[in-house]
Ligand binder design. Structure first.
Ligand code: PRX
Length: 657
């Protein structure tokens, strides 16, 4: 590869921590002129219309580009398209027909890999779309997908999209109970799952969790991919093997003509209450933003191998391990397993094996791999990588620099992408051909979008002034349209803090410099980011209180060296129960069972009393400060100020300013 070892970024001689794209990078990049920011902001609606026309194949063009009826908005109204047509059909009509669409690598290096060309993908998607139809799935029906990272997951998603069914993917490490809550809310008719998968060499019996998850839901049919061949229970008339159904499925399934505003998928995410919310994304706007952000953020070219390590159960997996790059006709890498299994260099082995050129992961993974030592990446030739990305939580400087130097060899820009399940695709980051790349600073809003940092009263803040990140109209086309079946919650959650014309992100941020680069400082609500996964403190509390020992509990996020944040729980026990390491483990296990391992509290702190206001409300502000060693502030308004002193001792509090 002639591009290897090219100096893709150069250091700013004036500013210690700024890097810029080199001339070679600018020459190669799709966008390299910073004028696009200004050009886009003059008339963002026309800007997006132009992008929509260029990037997406429409069966019929829209009649109206953008309609805003606060807080609701629509894009490309009257436009007709199908996203699976955009992701597969249009490529099989070109030279890309035989290009690798998906390179799949199993967890074990001893098992064979799988490579699906665009034509393979086309065939499988068509066939599975016909399978879904034969099971009675129609346009608008919801289909649950509960699967490991195997190519059937992209096939199932694209097949749903092809027939206009709305998929709702549930992270495979979530428990059966979590699956059930989501399937009940979504009223899904069919579930696609697998017999099992490997995680760190261990067999995970996914079908067993799925069986528990579908109890009492409207799911009538279950399609099971045979991934491992482990023993599973198949219910006659309800459960079918994927491979058996596919055998007889006809090859052609005409893509459904979808309206731009027809729902494409629902993805559940944590809000501030215990009940996850079904974030609803619609077809046209999502397709446009997924397509262009994939192309420009990662400077995606035909010869690239794009590896986004996110699980498909998260929005990052949806947009960058499926729709975005596939619509671009790119080659994506899908890896089934853990980053450090069977050896700590598993990821780097894979980068070398396939010559990965774009690598996109989360700060948690970077910190974990950094801790394992430089010798692991150094064993491998990583010089194929030209662009690095990060997502999901703020990245600390040490991790940024390690990623930059050790993984990127000092050549590669780091694209620190800020976005949310709600935004559908990235929104704030530097672009590889424009820059700058500054450790811990995400960058500028994507051209054609409009953000500000406000204080509590809604005044716009200037450089260095910390406040709340908001988005203004026209809202990016890929933004959520509503919360499934709950438009009131949509209004309350995002459009009540500053009114129905300003989208409230729940993130703290400030403007870093005169260019308008933005630095994110973390969530300002009761949502945690645990190893990049989004989790509400209320969900963990709900799970804990299902244990008979608990009277009351409060969960807050505490900082963690690798995972960024971890839940810690303060609990009071019923009479007859005594604090013990066994009980602590049992309580942690309850959370794992009810939600999944990500939510497992790092510590359980047994207390006699929780700090409360005079009206009896638990004062989380104080618990958070305790967990973070921050100043506690005023405790005089508490009903039980003495509880704070006892807690300080238990938690080992040392105040740092
Ligand atoms: O707090 C922000 C953080 O992740 C939240 C969204 O989480 P989720 O919906 O799970 O989506 C994650 C993947 C898009 C945001 O509200 N976040 C995401 N990216 C960044 C970030 N915080 C800082 N820097 C980022 N690059």
């Amino acid at each position: 590869m002639s591009e290897r070892n090219v100096q893709w970024v150069v250091k700013d001689p004036e500013r210690e921590n700024y890097y810029w794209p080199s001339e070679a990078m600018k020459k190669k990049a799709w966008v390299s002129d910073e004028k696009i920011y200004e050009e886009a902001s003059k008339d963002p609606v026309s800007w997006w219309a132009k992008l929509a026309k260029e990037g997406i194949t429409w069966f019929k063009e829209w009649d109206e580009t953008y309609r805003w009826d606060p807080p609701f908005y629509q894009w490309f109204i009257g436009g007709k398209l199908n996203i699976s047509y955009n992701a597969v059909d249009r490529h099989v009509k070109t030279w890309r027909r035989n290009k690798a669409a998906i390179i799949w690598e199993p967890e074990s290096p001893d098992e064979p890999n799988r490579i699906l060309t665009y034509y393979d993908l086309y065939r499988e998607v068509n066939k599975f779309a016909n399978v879904l139809k034969s099971l009675g799935v129609k346009k608008g029906d919801r289909v649950g997908i509960y699967m490991p990272m195997i190519p059937e997951v992209q096939i199932a998603m694209l097949a749903c999209a092809r027939i206009g069914a709305i998929h709702s993917v549930v992270f495979s490490a979530f428990s059966g109970k979590s699956l059930r809550d989501r399937m009940l809310d979504a009223e899904a008719k069919v579930l696609v799952t697998a017999d099992g998968y490997y995680r760190r060499g261990k067999i995970i019996n996914l079908k067993k969790n799925a069986d528990e998850g579908i109890k009492g839901t409207p799911i009538e049919k279950v399609v099971v991919v045979k991934r491992l061949g482990n023993e599973v229970n198949m219910v006659e008339g309800r459960d079918y093997w994927w491979h058996e159904l596919m055998e007889d499925a006809p090859l052609n399934c005409e893509p459904e003509v979808m309206d731009s505003e027809d729902p494409l998928f629902i993805l559940y995410t944590s809000g501030t209450t215990g009940k996850p919310k079904g974030i609803e994304h619609h077809t046209g706007g999502y397709a446009v933003q997924a397509y262009w952000t994939s192309r420009w953020d990662f400077d995606l070219h035909d010869e690239d191998v794009f590896w986004c390590t996110a699980d498909i159960g998260w929005i990052t997996g949806h947009t960058y391990s499926c729709y975005g790059p596939l619509m671009n006709g790119a080659t994506i890498l899908v890896y089934e397993g853990a980053p450090d299994y069977p050896t700590p260099d598993r990821w780097w082995q894979i980068v070398e094996k396939y010559g990965v050129t774009i690598f996109y992961t989360a700060p948690t993974a970077i910190r974990m791999l950094m801790k394992l030592g430089d010798e692991w990446p150094k064993k491998h030739d990583l010089s194929s990588i030209r662009i690095l990305g990060t997502v999901g939580e703020p990245i600390n400087e040490e991790a940024w620099l390690w990623y930059f130097k050790v993984i990127g060899g000092g050549r590669c820009p780091i694209i620190d992408t800020w976005w949310q399940t709600e935004t559908g695709a990235t929104l704030i980051n530097s672009l590889p051909g424009i820059g700058p790349f500054i450790p811990t600073v995400a960058g500028r809003p994507f051209p054609g979008t409009n953000f500000a940092i406000l204080d509590e009263e809604g005044n716009k803040l200037g450089i260095g002034e910390g406040g709340y990140l908001v988005q203004m109209s026209p809202f990016a086309p890929g933004m959520l349209r509503t919360i499934y079946k709950d438009p009131e919650r949509f209004k309350k959650q995002y459009w009540s803090v500053y009114g129905e014309k300003i989208y409230y992100t729940s993130d703290g941020a400030y403007i870093y410099d005169e260019m308008g680069n933005i630095r994110l400082t973390g969530r300002v609500d009761d949502v945690m980011k645990v190893a990049g996964h989004r989790l509400s403190t209320a969900e963990v509390e709900n799970a804990l209180t299902q244990h008979p020992a608990i009277v009351e509990c409060a969960v807050v996020a505490a900082p963690h060296e690798i995972k960024g944040e971890v839940p810690i729980a303060f609990v009071t026990l019923k009479a007859g129960y005594k604090p013990s390491p066994d009980l602590e483990n049992e309580l942690k296990g309850t959370v794992t069972k009810i939600i999944g391992p990500t939510a497992r509290p790092d510590r359980i702190i047994f207390v006699d009393d929780l700090p409360k206001t005079r009206s009896g409300k638990i004062m989380r502000r104080i618990l958070k400060a305790l967990a973070r060693n921050q100043p506690i502030g005023d405790t005089t308004t508490l009903m039980n100020p003495e509880s704070v002193e006892a807690l300080k001792e238990k938690i080992g509090y040392r105040e740092v300013q």
